[in-house]
Design a protein around this ligand. Structure first.
Ligand code: IMP
Ligand code: MG
Length: 177
């Protein structure tokens, strides 16, 4: 029994991801030159992306982490989320770039953005590896998008199904059982 047994299609290979992450890093380095931004990673899914992205950004920047949890299994429908682990540092007057794995309905990010805006950052933008525009339920401005993907459940490169598959080096479509 291998982790890849339930992957029916490789959507984005490790090579394709690496090339796109480098492009995003170059663009971010250009846009944030001289601004010492904070890359705020949304755990756990954003971890792999953040680790690779950060290393493609040669300008000075900091990294920080936050984790979101749901109040229950209905979260996907209601969008009721909470901050399980907050950023370590203050973001007041700082340029913050949120680093996410995937935007589905957009509700999770909408909540995070609303929360972080109250802390008066100098700017707050979003960088997501994947975007599923077909599923958007709330308007959410995405500043950097790695890949736009169809409405399919994907795993790998940080994304999980029940905490598994995060370690796959590619993004694949999971067999729906
Ligand atoms: P949203 O609030 O509906 O945008 O959901 C965003 C969160 O749901 C992401 O941060 C992921 O953790 C999870 N998610 C959404 N789609 C997928 C998927 O295709 N695979 C794995 N996790 C997903
Ligand atoms: Mg996530």
């Amino acid at each position: 029994m291998s982790l890849t047994d339930n992957i029916i299609e490789v959507l984005l290979s490790a090579e394709v991801i690496r090339a796109r992450v480098a492009e995003l890093g170059a663009q971010i380095s250009h846009d944030y030159n001289g601004k010492n931004p904070i890359l705020a990673c949304v755990l756990k899914g954003g971890l792999t992306f953040l680790a690779d992205l950060s290393r493609t950004i040669p300008i000075p920047h900091e990294i920080d982490f936050l984790a979101i949890g749901s109040y229950g299994p209905k979260m996907a429908k209601t969008g009721v989320v909470r901050i399980m682990m907050d950023l370590e540092g203050s973001i007041e007057d700082r340029h913050v770039l949120l680093v996410e794995d995937i935007v589905n309905t957009g509700r999770t990010l909408a909540y995070i953005v609303e929360n972080l805006q109250t802390r008066r950052p100098a700017s707050l933008r979003i960088c997501t590896l994947l975007d599923k525009p077909d599923r958007h339920a709330v308007p959410i401005p995405l500043d950097y998008v790695g890949f736009t993907i169809p409405d399919r459940f994907v795993v790998g490169y940080g994304l999980d199904f029940r905490e598994k598959y995060r370690n796959l080096p590619f993004v694949g479509v999971l067999r729906e059982t």
